[in-house]
Design a protein. Structure first.
Length: 155
C-alpha cells in the first residue's frame, strides 16, 4: 500500500513538473509570437512614416493650388493620426521597451503637429514653412532612427 501511495505521489509530481515545462514552452512561444507581431507592425509603421515624409512636401505644394491635392493631403494627415494611434497601442517586447517609449514621445509631438496642420488644411491655411519649422519631419526622421535600433534586436 505504501508503495502504491508513493508511486501515485511520484506520478503526480512528474505530471506537475511536465505541466510546468509545457507551460514554460507555451509562454516562450507566445513571447516570440508577440515579438514578431510587434516588429512587423513597427516595420509597417516606419514604412508609412517614411513614405509620408517623402510624399508630403510635394503634396503640400500641390495643395496650395489644387483642391484635389488639398483633400488628398487631408486624407494623408488623417491616416497619419490613425497610424500613430495604432502604434501607440502596441505592447513592445521587454528588450525594446525603452526605445518604444522614445518613439511614443516623438509620436506625441508628431500627433500634436499633425492635428494643428490638419486643422489649418481644413481652414485653408496651408503653409509649408510652418510644417518645416515645427520639427514635423525631424520627428519622423527620429522615429526612423529609433526603429533601426529596434530592428537590431530583431536580428
Amino acid at each position: 500500500m505504501r508503495k502504491m501511495i508513493l508511486l501515485l505521489f511520484v506520478s503526480a509530481s512528474l505530471g506537475l513538473v511536465g505541466c510546468e515545462a509545457v507551460q514554460e514552452v507555451s509562454n516562450t512561444v507566445d513571447n516570440v509570437t508577440n515579438a514578431v507581431d510587434y516588429f512587423d507592425k513597427a516595420s509597417n509603421y516606419v514604412s508609412f512614416m517614411s513614405d509620408f515624409s517623402n510624399e508630403a512636401p510635394g503634396l503640400i505644394e500641390q495643395a496650395l493650388q489644387d483642391e484635389n491635392a488639398r483633400k488628398e493631403l487631408e486624407a494623408k494627415l488623417t491616416e497619419l493620426q490613425t497610424q500613430i494611434s495604432t502604434f501607440n497601442q502596441l505592447t513592445p517586447p521587454e528588450a525594446v521597451t525603452g526605445l518604444h517609449q522614445e518613439i511614443l514621445g516623438f509620436n506625441q509631438s508628431l500627433e500634436e503637429n499633425a492635428n494643428l496642420y490638419l486643422q489649418n488644411v481644413k481652414d485653408g491655411n496651408l503653409d509649408m514653412e510652418q510644417l518645416q519649422n515645427n520639427d514635423f519631419f525631424k520627428n519622423i526622421n527620429e522615429i526612423n532612427r529609433l526603429y533601426q535600433d529596434i530592428e537590431s534586436f530583431n536580428q
